[in-house]
Write a protein that binds this ligand. Sequence first.
Ligand SMILES: [Zn+2]
Length: 969
Amino acid sequence: MFLRESLARLFACLFLLVPVLGSGILAQSTGNKAVATASAIQDDPDFARAVKEWTTRPEFISPLVDHLPKAAGIPSPKDILGHHIGEPKKLTYYADILKYYRALAAATPRVKVVTIGKSNEGRDLVVVFVGGDESIGNLENYRGYLAQLADPRTVTDAQAKDVIDKAKPIYHLSGGLHSGEVGPSEMLMELAYRLATEDSSLIKQIRDTVIVSITPVADPDGRDRNVDWYYKYGINETEGRTTGAGVPYWGKYVFHDDNRDINYSQVEMRALLDWYLQWHPPIMHDLHQAQTLLYTFSGQAPQNPNLDPILFGELPMIANFEMAQMAKYGMPGVWTHGYVDMWSPGYLAFMSSNHNGMIRMYEIQGFSGANTQKMRLGNPNGTGANGAAGSAAAGAAAGGRGAPAQPDAAAITAGRSNQAQREWFRPWPATGEFDWSLRNNTNYGETGVLTALQYTSAFSNVILENFYQKSRNSIDTGRKEAVAGYVIPAGQRDTTRVAVLVNMLRMQGIEVGRAKSELKLKDGSFPAGSYVVKRDQPYARLAKILLEKQVFPDPALRTYDDASWTMGMMSHTEVKEIGDKAVLDVAVDPVTQVKLAGTAAGAGSIFAVAHYGSNNMITLRFRLKDLKVQAAEKEFRQGDITFPAGSFIISGDAAKIRPAVEALGLTAAALPGAPSVPMHDLDVPRVAMYTTWGSTQDVGWVRYAFDRFEVPFDLIYKDRVRQGNLKSAYDVVIIPNQSGSAKRLVFDIESRGTPIEYKKSEQFKYLGGYGESDDITGGMGIDGVAEIDKFVKAGGLLVTLGTASFFPAEFGLTPKVDAARTSPQFYSPGAIIDAEILQPEHPIFYGYDRKMIPVRYANGPLLTIQTGNTFGEPPAGPPPTPQSVLMRYPGGDDHVLSGLMRGAGEIRNRPAIIDQPSGKGRVILFAGNPCYRWQNFGEFNMLFNTVLNFNDIRTPPERATGPTSPEAR
Ligand SMILES: [Zn+2]
């Protein structure tokens, strides 16, 4: 090391033919790329000095990353960015990150950048490949080998052995999925450079045997916005003096939920999935930033039992190797287990496990900016001494970096920090008080990743064999296990949600066929044209994970995200589980993608469009916004078609109506004249969606759904609400699920005296996206509440979703409605449960043909309606009516359809939707969230019906269709 450093300057500028260090390997130039025989490469003393300075304690670095080669002709991050990675108060914008990787790729044949798509805001999405000259020169071959292993039907076991001998695992690393977790996207640039240039035996071994691929920033739009916010506010923050507010948006729609986007709605996630299905990396490793000091995922319980047992062995093997290696390097605070479980398949890197690979994940200590900050951790068990003793030896072995400092007892706070506690899975916790820097984050992340790559290079054949075997096992599950496949029967009323479901399976690479003839199986008969998912395919286990009812393995366990996601239930689509092995042999035509093909029979200028619950109905209304559209309030027939209540009656030019209906997959017929049923006009509503500044994510999902279904709306904030006169501008105000309580919805981000501006400027051009304000603190306040109440009383429709439904109940907009919370014992991370429609003729239920429907439980308020007099006085406003409860939760364990609900009796007979008149307007409260992520498509229609029928919702006695009979329950 010393010799190399001393020679560094001498060779810094040399490019050609310099034999050094006795290795005799030559650096050569071919064209404008330096061929990477890197023995001319010396370590950069400037790097070593800077990194030592920025690393806050000697134990927070390893011998793997305390040096960096200076390779002539190949730009280091500093050559392009102007600073080494990890410099305090320096974060890199996405364009500069891309500039770096592209410069690196231009300079060495060991790096290649491919563009895989565009982000929502138009930034290039890329994958960077790093490997040996031979690997990168023959990437296409290596892609082919992995494709063969991913689909064992293409090879015999003997051929697979040959393929494994030739193949190299692709190890995919991804940073910046969460924009506030800034460190990994910086670190990955240094890692790429190191992998391409360093000549240590470890790096050579990795380079020769593994192909590394990198997503530099998974959410690049959010990256830039967060970096802007950091330079505007975060950089000036010191301990105890913070604005108290984060940047209101990362990417266009969601924050952390880009890691819960189970159906790949966001373009950035979909682009990576498309890339994945081309390249089949056996390992995908997401780099996050949250835990102290480095948590490495190992797939703890609850575990999804559909995943291969091999996987559950592999995960702790690598995690334990990392833990042992990093302890050997003297780095405390590396742990596994005890954090994220292996239940939900919706995390981004889970695309790998779902396809027989391996999800990996780190949580590295960091902050949302690049300031060095003080940390205080408890030391409840006095564990520091053991760890320090162990590391002293390792430190000496690793090159005399010295033993880490002992924990400073005086600095130990009384607070018992979980992460400072020794556990079997955290044998050497970090303790005490210390500064934490961006460079520490880089050191931990890069050391961890290099260790994982070391493992992968040492066991590359095992990893490839396992990948192959897991794929092979998946194919075998169809014949070995009880579930042989799934049938999505043809002839379902709404074909559009069937198409959505099938296309989402196809997007994930699951093979779906269309039955050539009627299926006669032990499980039942299904018409020709039914969709068939056979379980003798490589992605059979994913099909089962997505389509089956989730049976949570142990109600005593908690899970990090949702407990259920059953696609048929979420989309109100019939999906039949098949046990009959004969399903594996039925003749099918492979489905590439289901194209919507509506029908509009007959000719004329009045069309009826059947409302079968398709979410495309609202799209049709807005695509034909200039035409007169009415809703039939009763069912009627025309020819062979039954048009249920809610069907559209459209008058206008057939040349406009017909293609619109067909493109949206709807069912229509020309009518000889208007049907003789009561109808009301479907006026085009002016919609506002209210959002706080402090909680924009769940609003983002509703915005996304409205954008996808082409429903125009204004996104409004506190300033617009306070300005008043809402009724002059809007017919409908929707308050999506947000903030968790009514108080926070109203008062939002606490003001600390100084306004916090969110606005675009010359210097900060990524701020001000999706809304602007001179001061995002303070919330709508009581004045805002009064304006929303005025809006309703003047005839507006207020719709509140999920936790936002606490708001009208607790701030007096619906005086007869009370909202309570479940007990602390209650636990339901997104169970799918029954909901019972009590007022089936209410416009909100147009398109639903069953009284009991599956809904996702959203942990919203427990609503009640006061039916008796309080204190002997009649409540203000119209008398309470049981008809106000449109839908309720029957509750109890028998009505849990999928997932987990602990304490299901607590929600027994609680209202799920309440419709409350107020003045000339009304408030509709959803206790649940009918627009949850991009998932519960079966419920979206209730929200869309509410919007479409905004001025035709009547209190039951005056409703044309009359009150519902008790039998309807
Ligand atoms: Zn994260």
